[in-house]
Design a binder for this molecule. Structure first.
Ligand SMILES: *[C@@H]1O[C@H](CO)[C@@H](O)[C@H](O)[C@H]1NC(C)=O
Ligand SMILES: *[C@@H]1O[C@H](CO)[C@@H](O)[C@H](O)[C@H]1NC(C)=O
Length: 536
């Protein structure tokens, strides 16, 4: 049995059947109003009908009084149409009014028409509105396309319609009741479609929008235009940059040796207490250093070969020197015994692996607020790395730690291949890679950039929301490339608010220019966090 991702995806592909020649869509303004996304949603694009999008019932909030459609005939002449609107409860919601005639011709110029839904206010109810639009493509052959849309209008009792305009200005956050955020959690699946179908992405990069201030960004000049290659010059950054990080490549042996010699500790000062994790050769222990400092110790067993040993050291040294509250980097190393080096990490407050933590029953009590906060902490950490010219290249829950206060930190990926073998795959070559966290260009061309880190970060937020489910669980690693190329992405997790999912989804844009920078991610997450906590 294939999962929902694919079923939805298949719908998207199979249901686009060619008919007639016209466009029918929700324009950007409308999509923003109904779904909180900056995009156009096409039901019919150049005659191709997106049947799946049609099957979805779009909720219409109580403060939205009319909904709009945009259309345009591409047939070289106006196309005759007929519109019929029915509601399931005419008492609560009398027949909605159109601002174009019910029978007429779809013009060759772009036209937007509105359907006014005015609740009577007699009582509160959700009323389904069915809008059927028949477009006659050819009178001679009686070739008619019928499109049926369903909207679910929320009506409140004695709805003070007159006091509301559905203009964006009435939706400032100050006016929002706390549960307005919940109201926004409309059809996650639809958000998914919207993202999948089209989307000229301009999310955080948009100018300040009144409706969703958290989607705007602080510095208007830095849009999604970004450096594709990593600039070695230290770009000015709004991220906290209170420490320096050696920028030279750790893969150079001299640099690696220099770093190791700087932090070599005497092995006799390290005491191991309990084994936390064990792979085929790698181990993570809890222990103490100098009898006082609590530490996590990464080491390898006797059976590890020289390659595995040097990989442990090399990857373990990658974040060396990164001094940031959101980063757990190695502070001590022992290579006295060359067959089994030790890497030491400061462990406060019961530091444990984030992925393992998420899979524990206790993690089920995590709230959206906590998840957003954790994401925001990690975004700040990665921002710090990027500001110092360091790419992580393996951002995932398995490479983070969390403590008892739910403070999360990003750490290096040493031993992860061994400790989480199910997360790494070899695709024909001998290289074991985190295929399901890689962006398309990292997967196919081994191109890494800040944007490929952003992609992986999107998967990491998804892991937080799903409590570390395995991404694309039923897709074979070999199929991932085609799957992503065809436009499929991870599905919106249950209980994941649209705001958060939208942030993830933008991390998965095919074009690296359209993915958000970590400054933008940090800003969006922080802002969403502020919104969520405003009423708490
Ligand atoms: C209706 O018109 C479209 C486009 O002109 C054409 O592709 C389709 O086959 C026609 N259908 C019928 C039943 O004639
Ligand atoms: C119908 O109303 C919508 C929204 O108020 C407006 O944008 C549109 O121009 C109107 N269309 C016509 C044909 O008057």
């Amino acid at each position: 049995m294939r999962n929902l991702t694919q079923i939805f995806g298949l719908f998207l592909l199979l249901s686009t059947t060619a008919y007639g020649s016209f466009n029918l869509y929700l324009n950007e303004h409308e999509t923003m109003r109904l779904l909180g996304l900056s995009a156009e949603l096409y039901y019919v694009r150049e005659g191709l009908i997106n049947k799946y999008a049609l099957t979805f019932t779009v909720p219409v909030g109580e403060n939205i009084r009319d909904i709009a459609f945009t259309w345009q005939s591409l047939a070289g002449r106006p196309l005759p149409y007929k519109i019929n609107i029915a509601t399931t409860d005419p008492v609560v919601l009398p027949r909605p009014q159109l601002n174009i005639s019910r029978i007429g011709e779809m013009p060759q110029d772009i036209q937007t028409f509105a359907i006014e839904m005015r609740c009577s206010g007699v009582r509160a109810a959700e009323v389904d509105v069915t809008i059927s639009i028949e477009v006659t493509l050819n009178r001679a052959t009686n070739n008619v396309t019928e499109l049926v849309f369903t909207r679910r209008k929320v009506c409140l009792q004695s709805d003070v319609v007159e006091d509301h305009t559905d203009d964006t200005t009435s939706h400032t956050n100050i006016a929002k009741p706390p549960n307005a955020i919940i109201t926004l959690i409309v059809g996650g699946i639809l958000a998914m479609i919207v993202v999948a179908i089209l989307i000229s992405v301009a999310y955080c990069a948009r100018g300040p929008s009144k409706r969703k201030p958290h989607l705007s960004q602080p510095v208007r000049t830095s849009s999604f235009q970004r450096l594709q290659t990593h600039s070695s010059s230290l770009a000015p950054s709004i991220c906290p940059t209170n420490a320096t990080l050696p920028r030279s490549k750790c893969s150079e042996p001299e640099e690696l040796h220099r770093r190791i010699s700087e932090i070599t500790v005497q092995r006799c000062r390290v005491r191991l207490s309990s084994l936390l994790q064990e792979g085929t050769f790698g181990r993570v222990y809890r222990g103490t250093y100098n009898d006082t400092q609590e530490v996590l110790v990464k080491t390898v067993g006797q059976q590890a070969n020289q390659t595995q040993v040097s990989l442990l050291l090399q990857e373990g040294m990658n974040l060396y020197g990164a001094c940031h509250v959101g980063i757990l980097s190695v502070f001590g190393v022992s290579i006295e015994d060359h067959t089994a080096p030790f890497l030491l990490y400061a462990s406060d407050n019961n530091t444990k692996n984030l992925k393992l933590f998420l899979q524990e029953p206790i993690a089920r009590t995590l709230t959206t607020i906590q998840i957003v906060k954790m994401s925001s902490q990690l975004a700040a950490a990665i921002c710090h790395l990027h500001a110092h010219g360091v790419l992580h290249k393996d951002i995932a829950a398995r490479n983070c730690v969390i403590d008892d206060d739910l403070t999360v930190k990003l750490t290096d990926n040493s031993l992860s291949r061994d400790l989480f073998p199910q997360d790494y795959h070899c695709l024909g070559d001998r290289e074991n890679r985190p295929v399901k966290w890689l962006s398309l260009e990292a997967l196919t061309k081994k191109q890494f950039s800040e944007a490929s880190d952003a992609w992986a970060f999107g998967v990491l937020i998804w892991e937080l929301c799903t409590l570390a489910k395995s991404p694309y669980n039923d897709i074979d690693a070999f199929e991932i490339e085609n799957y992503l190329r065809d436009g499929y992405r991870l599905v919106q997790p249950l209980n994941c608010p649209d705001e958060l999912f939208t942030i993830m989804a933008y991390c998965w844009a095919v074009s690296i220019l359209e993915r958000p920078t970590f400054q933008q991610l940090q800003f969006c997450l922080q802002d969403f966090y502020n919104q969520l906590t405003r009423y708490v």
